[in-house]
Design a protein around this ligand. Structure first.
Ligand SMILES: [Zn+2]
Length: 365
């Protein structure tokens, strides 16, 4: 665990740890920016690759950049598209290819080809007005063979050099004052190979970044967090630099990773779970970094026992949903497929995450 601190970007102070929901296309599904504020969020993770397709870079600029467009004055971090290359292309080569210069995407149902290079990814993130930029990386599965991991690490380092150069060029060509500069994070790859993780971490430290991301799929075949590799990577990076646990957002994984020294988290899971009817609850009043797994409870909305359930999703939750609505009513909205269900359920799960973060902070205070 790292002593409490903040991330300073432009005029913002973001207290760490922080959880950010995935707002891939510039929004969290079903929620307004008021809703996001109401559940105590400080930051959102958007995706440069998806945004360049929809609504498109020129549209985002015409609408005043990501902050203005989404009415979100808090922190916006943008992911580069490296993980999308992994999840699309590595699973199915018809969706594109990876080469030394970058990633070629062939989106489904489209004749378009999208070429994403480390340089272009940084230029895009700059033009969107993002607060924290992430370098394009070559993401692998934890179980990929050694040679594949090695290639991914060498490529990630090469791309990080190009990304950093582009970042510096953008700062000077846009005449950005030091206090107004966005931050830039490099991503540490290397799968389950300790020496490759070390090679990647050392090379990225030498290039110089404001923070780092833990890259690659973070779970083993049994869906357990790869804590040994997470611990190793944290030990390779001096404590002064924050590390973002990319894609980690299962509530129990957040606690485990925070204890190891990770302070930034993003994930689509809490919002996706809410929409699919899996609502979060806990069986202990306060969570600390030492709380053992088993404290998380799931309430499945699509359960007939909820028909006349007049209690909230979670007793003690201060979210607008729990304050005003019963499980029975949410069950009704869910069964009727009303869009208000998605909003109310998502607000609860996100408030669950921000309460968890508050608990971790106060336990470490
Ligand atoms: Zn609630």
């Amino acid at each position: 665990m790292i002593p409490l601190r903040s991330l300073y970007v432009r005029d913002k102070e973001i207290k760490l740890p922080v959880f950010m929901p995935d707002a891939t296309y510039g929004y969290v599904r079903s929620l307004s920016s008021d809703d996001l504020r109401a559940v105590g969020l400080l930051a959102l993770m958007m995706n440069a690759f998806h945004l360049m397709q929809k609504p498109g870079s020129t549209t985002i600029q015409a609408l005043g950049g990501l902050h203005k467009m989404s009415d979100w004055p808090g922190l916006i971090m943008t992911d580069s598209g490296g993980f999308q290359a992994y999840s699309l292309i590595r699973q199915n080569a018809k969706f594109g290819s990876l080469g030394p210069k970058g990633i070629l995407f062939r989106p489904e149902h489209s004749e378009r080809k999208i070429n994403l290079t480390p340089e272009k990814s940084i230029q895009l993130q700059f033009s969107y007005g993002s607060d924290v930029l992430i370098c394009l990386d070559d993401c692998t599965h934890i179980n990929a063979g050694y040679e594949e991991q090695k290639l991914s690490v060498e490529r990630t380092i090469e791309w990080a050099k190009k990304a950093k150069k582009t970042y510096l060029d953008q700062l000077s060509s846009r005449k950005v004052e030091p206090e107004n500069r966005p931050l830039i994070f490099g991503v540490i790859q290397g799968g389950g190979e300790p020496e490759l993780r070390k090679r990647c971490a050392e090379a990225l430290l030498e290039i110089g970044f404001d923070g780092f991301g833990f890259g690659g799929w973070p779970l083993d075949d049994d869906s357990n967090l790869i804590t040994d590799i997470l611990e190793l990577v944290r030990s390779l990076i001096p404590e002064e630099f924050p590390i973002h646990a990319l894609g980690i957002g299962h509530p129990e994984s957040v606690v485990t990773a925070y204890k190891i020294g990770y302070e930034m988290f993003d994930c689509a899971l809490p919002t996706r779970d809410a929409r699919h009817g899996r609502l979060y609850s806990r069986n202990v009043s306060r969570i600390t970094p030492d709380t053992r797994p088993g404290w998380l409870k799931f309430e499945y909305i699509n359960t007939e026992t909820h028909i006349r359930d007049d209690k909230p999703i979670e007793e003690g939750c201060d979210c607008p949903t729990c304050q005003n609505y019963s499980m029975g009513y949410l069950y009704h909205l869910y069964r009727m497929r009303d869009s208000s269900y998605y909003r109310l359920a998502t607000m609860h799960n996100l408030r669950f995450m921000t309460r968890l973060i508050t608990d971790l902070r106060s336990a470490n205070a």
